[in-house]
Write a protein that binds this ligand. Structure first.
Ligand SMILES: *[C@@H]1O[C@H](CO)[C@@H](O)[C@H](O)[C@H]1NC(C)=O
Ligand SMILES: *[C@@H]1O[C@H](CO)[C@@H](O)[C@H](O)[C@H]1NC(C)=O
Ligand SMILES: *[C@@H]1O[C@H](CO)[C@@H](O)[C@H](O)[C@H]1NC(C)=O
Ligand SMILES: *[C@@H]1O[C@H](CO)[C@@H](O)[C@H](O)[C@H]1NC(C)=O
Ligand SMILES: *[C@@H]1O[C@H](CO)[C@@H](O)[C@H](O)[C@H]1NC(C)=O
Ligand SMILES: *[C@@H]1O[C@H](CO)[C@@H](O)[C@H](O)[C@H]1NC(C)=O
Ligand SMILES: *[C@@H]1O[C@H](CO)[C@@H](O)[C@H](O)[C@H]1NC(C)=O
Ligand SMILES: *[C@@H]1O[C@H](CO)[C@@H](O)[C@H](O)[C@H]1NC(C)=O
Ligand SMILES: *[C@@H]1O[C@H](CO)[C@@H](O)[C@H](O)[C@H]1NC(C)=O
Ligand SMILES: *[C@@H]1O[C@H](CO)[C@@H](O)[C@H](O)[C@H]1NC(C)=O
Ligand SMILES: *[C@@H]1O[C@H](CO)[C@@H](O)[C@H](O)[C@H]1NC(C)=O
Ligand SMILES: *[C@@H]1O[C@H](CO)[C@@H](O)[C@H](O)[C@H]1NC(C)=O
Length: 784
């Protein structure tokens, strides 16, 4: 562990404050036109955390203008203005003032020479009333009376990355920001080390020594906020990465009551995360990058990686499995620069071996719009693709949230990562000679068998060749162990096609669906589900995390859903009250989003055909996830540029309507609780609607607390979805729009279908530009 308590005696320390005998002016946090800041005086932020003024490092005879922590007893400078031009002559006569055009701060010396200035071009803006304010975050902001910032130190940093700064790349202005080290102890002029986001491959950050890469971070995996607790303390640093189509940047904040903390790019080339310790009255390094000697960029050569500690606690270079040192003699002497070579050459038809917990290599190509399966298939097809890795960046706000990375040639700068250091490792898939490798890494013969079963060609086999699947195949024995040999105690559900068990596999809580042995339908189902769900990824679809085939045993492994299926709560008289209206409405909208994704937002057009409360699973936060794709069908949509033809999935829309009525009423569609005259819930609902008494159908356990407008909207939409005439039923895009935005101009519902139907034959593509009144609304949706 390198979260040691080492005291950092870096650039910021050995400095003393230059105090002259001038009378101190009353501290203020701002500098307006007509006022000047001279040596001896300071600006202090409102809140007292930071001060700005003149200082002189002990090894230097020059005087600098800077910002430092005001509440830390050891002078710690976080920003320097005149790094290149210290004040040397008659320091007491130098001053910082607003320039005559009143839009720039200017530092000048006794002779009137300009040592430093902000470079704001007023550009037609009336800059009268501009002030320079030292904000309590340590940011000096030059701003207009209306608070528009013309310039700020957070956009022109020195060697410190502070809470509230954004370190990243802006594609619109083609600008990137880096922090730059000092030249040496007590020498604030710019040194050779800098740290920032890699402009060529912005999913990673780098430390540069001049123009050479010194160290490279792990790849961003899509987390939005990462928290890092200070050792032994109760304070945390929360790092966020914001990734949009326009920019990518990292930023961090500190938990309330945290001591001062920042990242410092030191002149010796290490990036330190430091926090101030009251106890030792010193800056303590909480983390240091590079973490270990062999983490230096490219240290282990191509196909080598910086690995764990062996015996003496020294991390060193290793060759990836299947590789050997290119020069054994150099390697054993500790010169790893020549790297490793393959023991056996790989050919294009070879499979991929899996290397978990890796810091991925440098030099990736980001290939857009590919899910995990497509990413694997694309690399497999491309003979120059040596390796790939996939992550889902759904926390970003990019139009394309996929992250398919591919590598060609030699792989450089890898590390085996230990998560207990707070590093993020990922699985690298590397092309390897011989099918044995796949078998070895993916669960012995299981995958081979599975591939054979899955390759049976049918309408799915044609679309998705089984070998394209990048999928964890789990050993039967491992699953048996995880479920106590499928004991009654681990069983959580019994359904039509088999039983569902809970268990822990690879440290992860999972639900295991064991398809019944003899059912021939089971095989088709299984193939269907594996192939389909491997291609689909959405937060409202349950995630398949693995599968297994052994003999006639077929097992599907899903992420575990804490709150079980919707029907287990909704139709249970004791538990239904835990589902208040806001939770029910959230479930409704989530299911609608999942269906919309299946129907038109995924790259396939998928009709689920078996949507019902028992197939809606709920996670810890009661987010719904659609499950059970055994009955689902894919429809090919060959239209390249457009929206003209679309499969409507009216059977899903019907089922969704039923679900809405069930959720609102807390009763099953088939419930016999209603007055004898009504064969089912939807007919009952329609009759109440026509009599203006739809309120009567609301579940008594929510009626007091629900929002009537929302409930009535749901009943209305539900009735539109269950209409007898397929062409009257709305598209999911329309449903989604109404649920999100409401509407007071919905058509009156027509008569509902009598029987819950799964009209497969009627499932025809519909030309919605001609037949639907929803077209206009749909266009609005598409135009966003
Ligand atoms: C990870 O680091 C921790 C603490 O240094 C250590 O105990 C553990 O064994 C390491 N794990 C691996 C897989 O090296
Ligand atoms: C202002 O612009 C000049 C000339 O372009 C440049 O030399 C100087 O470094 C800039 N100053 C700052 C503070 O950006
Ligand atoms: C700029 O705005 C101030 C008021 O904020 C006004 O008095 C002044 O005339 C304006 N100057 C110009 C050039 O428009
Ligand atoms: C002053 O500079 C020398 C050499 O440049 C360095 O060794 C020493 O540590 C510095 N002293 C302080 C107090 O910064
Ligand atoms: C930084 O680069 C310089 C010049 O190439 C080199 O002399 C120095 O050793 C490098 N520093 C580190 C820490 O790698
Ligand atoms: C550190 O010092 C500050 C005042 O300087 C005080 O408010 C705070 O409680 C101290 N924290 C600890 C952990 O001693
Ligand atoms: C450390 O690395 C060696 C060689 O790569 C490996 O055999 C061993 O299992 C590793 N140990 C841990 C705890 O990861
Ligand atoms: C194949 O992969 C290599 C290496 O990633 C890449 O440079 C090349 O563009 C890819 N070719 C195609 C056709 O995708
Ligand atoms: C499961 O069954 C196997 C063989 O039938 C047996 O060896 C094993 O001990 C059993 N495991 C458990 C946890 O019961
Ligand atoms: C509904 O229930 C959820 C969780 O069960 C709760 O967080 C929320 O505050 C409740 N809403 C209302 C309006 O009671
Ligand atoms: C959902 O699961 C969480 C975590 O297990 C639990 O605290 C909560 O009560 C559950 N909510 C319902 C409505 O069952
Ligand atoms: C569209 O709506 C109008 C009026 O509401 C109706 O007369 C017409 O039949 C509808 N057209 C279709 C294709 O549903």
């Amino acid at each position: 562990m390198e979260y040691a308590g080492c005291t950092c005696t870096q650039a910021v320390t050995a400095i003393f404050l230059f105090l002259l005998s001038l009378p101190l002016s009353a501290s203020d946090d701002r500098l307006a036109v007509g006022k000047t800041l001279s040596p001896g005086a300071t600006l202090v932020s409102d809140g007292g955390a930071f001060a700005m003024g003149f200082f002189s490092p002990s090894n230097s005879s020059g005087l600098y203008l800077g910002i430092w922590y005001n509440n830390v007893p050891k002078l710690t400078v976080v920003w320097v203005a005149d790094q290149l031009a210290p004040i040397t002559d008659h320091p007491s006569s130098s001053k910082l003032a607003m320039a005559d055009d009143s839009s720039n701060l200017v530092l000048s010396d006794a002779a009137g020479r300009v040592l430093w200035r902000t470079n704001v071009t007023a550009g037609g803006v009336n800059s009268s009333g501009v002030v320079a304010v030292l904000v309590n975050s340590g940011n000096l902001v030059l701003r207009l009376p209306d608070d528009t910032a013309l310039w700020q130190t957070f956009e022109h940093p020195s060697d410190v990355f502070m809470a509230g700064m954004k370190l990243g790349i802006d594609y619109r202005s083609h600008s990137g920001m880096r922090i730059v080290s000092w030249k040496g102890a007590g020498d604030p002029s710019p040194g050779s080390f800098s740290f920032g986001v890699d402009p060529e491959r912005p999913l990673q950050a780098k430390i540069w020594n001049g123009s050479r890469v010194h160290w490279r971070s792990s790849m961003w995996t899509g987390y939005m906020v990462d928290s890092n607790y200070q050792k032994g303390g109760s304070s945390a640093i929360y790092t966020a990465v914001v990734y949009t189509d326009d920019e990518i940047y990292a930023s961090f904040t500190l938990s309330a009551g945290a001591p001062p903390m920042h990242y410092l790019m030191s002149y010796s080339g290490d990036l330190h995360l430091q926090s101030w310790s009251n106890v030792s009255s010193a800056w303590v390094t909480n983390a240091r990058f590079p973490r270990r000697d062999c983490s230096l960029f490219g240290y282990c050569g191509s196909f080598g990686y910086c690995g764990n500690s062996t015996g003496g606690g020294v991390s060193t270079c290793h060759c990836l499995e299947g590789f050997e040192p290119a020069s054994g003699a150099d390697w054993s002497r500790g010169d790893f620069s020549l790297g490793c070579r393959r023991k056996e050459a790989a050919r294009c038809g070879d499979g991929f071996a899996e290397f978990p917990d890796m810091k991925l290599p440098d030099g990736y190509a980001l290939v857009g719009n590919m899910n995990a399966g497509e990413c694997a298939a694309a690399c497999r097809r491309n003979c120059s693709c040596v390796a790939y890795a996939y992550a889902d960046l759904s926390s970003s706000t990019r139009r394309d949230p996929t992250r398919c990375l591919m590598w060609g040639g030699e792989l450089l700068d890898m590390e085996k990562v230990n998560e207990s250091w707070g590093d993020l490792g990922e699985t690298l898939y590397l092309r390897m000679a011989g099918a044995e490798m796949i078998v070895k890494y993916d669960g012995k013969n299981n995958k081979k068998r599975a591939l054979r079963v899955l390759s049976v060609s049918d309408e799915f086999g044609k679309e998705i060749p089984a070998q394209d699947l990048d999928f964890p195949f789990v050993e039967y024995n491992e699953i048996a162990a995880a479920t106590d040999n499928f004991s009654e105690a681990s069983m959580i559900e019994k359904g039509g096609f088999g039983k569902v068990y809970k268990g822990v596999i690879g440290g992860r809580k999972v639900a295991i669906k064991r398809l019944s042995r003899c059912s021939e339908q089971g095989v088709v189902e299984f193939r269907n589900e594996v192939l389909l769900i491997a291609k689909l990824q959405h937060r409202n679809l349950v995630r398949l995390v693995g599968c297994s085939i052994e003999g006639d045993e077929k097992l599907l492994i899903y992420e575990f859903m804490t709150n079980k299926s919707l029907d287990a709560s909704l139709f249970n008289s004791e538990r239904k009250s835990t589902l208040n209206w806001s939770t029910r409405f959230k479930i409704i909208k989530g299911v609608a989003r999942g269906l919309l994704y299946l129907h038109q937002d995924s790259r396939l057009t998928v009709i689920h055909r078996d949507l019902k409360a028992s197939n809606i699973l709920l996670d810890t936060e009661m987010n719904p996830k659609i499950s059970d794709f055994g009955m689902a069908r894919i429809f090919e949509d060959n239209q390249q540029n457009g929206i003209t033809r679309r499969v409507v999935g009216t059977s899903d829309v019907y089922s969704f309507g039923v679900l809405l009525l069930e959720i609102v009423s807390g009763s099953r569609i088939s419930s016999t609780d209603f007055i004898e005259d009504f064969p089912n819930l939807s007919i009952y609902a329609w009759n109440l609607w026509n009599e203006g008494k739809a309120k009567n159908m609301i579940d008594p356990s929510i009626v007091a607390s629900c929002l009537l407008d929302e409930v009535m909207l749901c009943i209305h939409v539900g009735l539109l979805c269950v209409q007898e005439n397929l062409n009257d039923r709305p598209l999911m895009s329309y449903v989604m729009l109404i649920l999100e935005n409401g509407s007071n101009s919905l058509p009156a519902p027509n008569r509902p279908a009598y029987f819950a139907q799964r009209d497969i034959e009627m499932e025809q593509p519909r030309d919605d530009t001609q037949n639907s009144n929803n077209t206009v609304t749909l266009t609005v949706m598409e135009g966003r």
